[in-house]
Design a protein around this ligand. Structure first.
Ligand code: ZN
Length: 439
């Protein structure tokens, strides 16, 4: 027993170093195993383009802000030809359109040259019809892998269905496991879905579900939309644990995370400049990865820009250490952490049902005040400070955030005494309040 245990450990560490040896990160920095420093990745992949994948599943995932993957067969008359307009709409909402070959023939029945045509032309069909999107992953028909070298020349990932949770770096990107769901699979109820996802947390792994029919749309092994909704609700409520995204985005993240270099170029009193780079193809590997840095002494907080544009940033306190955590795309320009006294924190507690913007406290104030607000679902939020002439004075918040109750604390040093307006805006909510700054 001991011998077997030892040798499997050696294999695991060999694979780990094989894939991770090019990551070079300055010691103050950490890279999230998963986006947002979540503990597991979860992907929902739908095969064969059954009707309610478009009319039921896509809107449901949009509601929760999650991206799914649609694997489509592009030239099988028997399965129906793709509805490109519907697929374009899904792609515009961030969902992935992946390849499920031209004719859905098992690779076991194809020569290498025919397999090559199935792989190459399906990708070409998708890329020539769908704009603003790139086809980068595929699902093997009947979960049978073919010639992996050919597959790897067209795709960054290929999905089979061997039923396991993948480790944080898959052993074989051309044979990534998924779990068959629905009446014919092992995952039927929302409890089944949730128990598989939670088992991924233990290994910091990746849980990929394979679905076909939705409700009574005639597709194989259907899952009901009620089960899907309950599952997504659970994942949403536990979004600090679960990162839900398309199969392709998870592959992008893994490759970038394992290849990234994070180098601090300079550290000054008011800013830190960092280079985030990798040697991957930037046309494909353009997904933001999550990075954090322990706060320098005497810094209250930081905001982060990349190539001059604000990126998603939050302050995180963990084990007595305060971090500035942010998203950056490798090779997308210098990242700068700017020192600020305006801190932004997420308050623990129950989820709010409504948007709200509270009166700042204290008010009037000098120089510090705090503003509390709530967001009932994940969305983009801005809070901006204006003078009475309507001119923008300061941006306090401008980022995508999860649902929750938040406090932003404002440092008024540098403002002239007087009355100011602060306005909160989201996709569906807008409110303005005023405060007095005194000298
Ligand atoms: Zn299929």
């Amino acid at each position: 027993m001991r011998k077997i245990y030892k040798s499997s450990l050696m294999i695991i560490s060999f694979l780990y170093f094989q894939s991770a040896n090019s990551q070079t990160v300055d010691p103050q920095y950490e890279i999230g195993t998963w986006h947002g420093f979540c503990n597991a990745a979860v992907s929902f992949t739908f095969d064969d383009g059954t009707p309610k994948q478009f009319t039921t599943a896509v809107p449901l995932f949009n509601e929760f802000g999650f991206n799914l993957t649609l694997y489509i067969v592009t030239r099988s008359a028997g399965m129906g030809l793709p509805n490109w307009n519907t697929l374009q709409q899904a792609a515009d909402n961030g969902h992935e359109i992946g390849a499920h070959t031209l004719t859905h023939t098992s690779f076991a029945d194809l020569s290498d040259s025919l397999e090559m045509v199935e792989l190459r032309d399906c990708r070409q069909d998708i890329d020539s019809h769908i704009t603003g999107h790139r086809c980068v992953t595929m699902a093997c028909p009947y979960c049978v892998t073919g010639n992996k070298t050919i597959c790897a020349s067209y795709y960054i990932g290929a999905r089979i269905c061997s039923g396991q949770i993948e480790p944080s770096t898959p052993r074989d990107f051309m044979a990534i496991s998924s779990i068959v769901c629905g009446t014919e699979g092992s995952v039927k109820t929302s409890d089944h879905f949730i128990s598989r996802a939670s088992s991924a947390i233990k290994s910091k792994g990746w849980c990929v579900y394979l679905l076909h029919g939705v409700d009574n749309d005639g597709g194989w092994s259907p899952v009901t939309s009620d089960v899907l909704r309950e599952t997504l609700q659970h994942l949403h409520e536990n979004r600090n644990d679960y990162w839900v995204d398309s199969f392709g985005n998870v592959v992008r993240y893994i490759e970038e995370r394992n290849a990234v270099s994070v180098t601090e170029i300079s550290m000054q009193d008011s800013s830190i400049i960092i280079q985030v780079t990798d040697s991957l193809d930037n046309e494909i590997f353009n997904y933001p990865i999550s990075i954090r840095r322990s706060m320098p002494e005497n810094w209250a907080a930081g905001t982060v820009t990349q190539d001059g544009e604000p990126v998603d940033t939050k302050m995180v306190d963990e084990n007595g250490i305060r971090y500035v955590q942010f998203d950056a795309i490798p090779d997308n320009g210098d990242v700068v952490i700017w020192r600020t006294n305006d801190t932004y924190i997420q308050n623990p507690g129950t989820m709010p049902f409504n948007h709200s913007l509270r009166q700042n406290y204290p008010n009037p104030f000098n120089p510090q005040t705090t503003i509390q607000y709530t967001v009932p679902f994940a969305e983009h939020v801005s809070i901006k400070l204006y003078n009475l002439r309507g001119e923008l004075v300061k941006t306090l918040v401008d980022q995508n955030q999860p649902a929750g109750t938040f406090t932003v604390s404002l440092d008024g040093s540098g403002l002239s005494a007087g009355i100011y307006l602060y306005q909160m805006r989201t996709g569906s909510f807008e409110q303005t309040k005023r405060f007095v700054y005194v000298k």
